[in-house]
Design a protein around this ligand. Structure first.
Ligand SMILES: Nc1ncnc2c1ncn2[C@@H]1O[C@H](COP(=O)(O)OP(=O)(O)OP(=O)(O)O)[C@@H](O)[C@H]1O
Ligand SMILES: [Mg+2]
Length: 253
């Protein structure tokens, strides 16, 4: 992918937000989503149609070094692509759908990233806007209080859209380029209306924030996880852990 195309993608994010604001249309998906065979979905075409991408166009195999790493998770690495985009390695196809359902509560999902595996297109990642993590120990008390309020409004809005995040924790709140706080990692997310029996429960969630990680997450579970998240914002002050230097990633959760 040329740097021009990467720049265009970043503008695409801005244009989407400018056009739809808080009222982006819900995409139409077939339900129950996890029983819908991936092959029947239009993104499985090869070569993929925009906004979906081929992995080799984003990370050319000829590169001497892999791109800069933005994060590491249980599914793989999150890479910086160009200056404004992030690529999350994941084969789980439902996460992209959930990000779209979450509309402006999610970091902007640009498209799926595919590769050809034994002649068949497979999802290997999600391309999204690059956002900035919250460095909890670097916040002033007033900033922490402002962020706590933003978190409450964000989770409330997400639920109003009919989406349960299912993995609320400090490292999943990111600050986007337009300065708004949004959520990432919709791997464990579900729709409020989805039948719990249709859900695949093999996703990873933190037991530190969710009491029973074997059950599909509920709205109340998200709220409980948010209270634990907010408590961590303030624990920094209670324990005198605030530092003014940029800390390492371990201070995120
Ligand atoms: N769009 C993004 N921009 C910048 N950083 C990101 C972005 N998406 C994810 N990250 C960083 O990468 C980390 C891991 O991402 P994510 O939680 O989506 O992956 P995961 O595989 O589900 O990880 P885990 O299992 O640890 O939750 C995030 O906590 C965040 O710090
Ligand atoms: Mg995560």
């Amino acid at each position: 992918m040329s740097s021009q195309q990467v720049a265009w993608n970043a503008q695409y994010v801005e244009a989407f937000r400018a056009q739809y604001g808080d009222h982006a249309p819900l995409p139409t998906y077939q339900f129950p989503r996890r029983r819908c065979p991936a092959e029947s979905e239009s993104w499985v075409m090869w070569p993929p149609q925009s906004p979906h991408r081929i992995i080799d166009d984003l990370i050319p195999p000829s590169l001497d070094q892999p791109p800069r790493r933005l994060g590491t998770g249980s599914n793989g690495t999150i890479y910086l692509i160009g200056e404004d985009l992030a690529l999350k390695e994941t084969k789980r196809t439902g996460e992209y759908d959930m990000m779209r359902h979450a509309r402006d509560c999610s970091v902007y999902p640009i498209g799926r990233v595919l590769e050809l595996d034994e002649g068949k297109p497979k999802q290997v990642g999600i391309l999204m806007e690059k956002s900035a993590p919250l460095y909890l120990r670097r916040l002033s008390f007033d900033e922490a209080t402002k962020i706590a309020g933003e978190m409450v409004l964000l989770v409330n809005k997400l639920h109003a859209y009919g989406v349960i995040h299912g993995d609320i924790r400090p490292s999943h709140f990111l600050r986007c380029r337009d300065k708004k706080l949004r959520l990432c990692d919709f791997e464990a997310a579900r729709l409020v209306d989805e039948n719990p029996e249709d859900l695949d429960n093999t996703t990873y969630r933190s037991g530190k924030y969710y009491a029973d990680i074997r059950q599909p997450p509920s709205i109340d579970d998200d709220w409980l996880a948010l209270t634990k998240t907010i408590r961590q914002l303030y624990d920094v002050f209670a324990r005198g852990e605030q530092i003014l230097q940029r800390p390492g990633p371990s201070s995120l959760d």
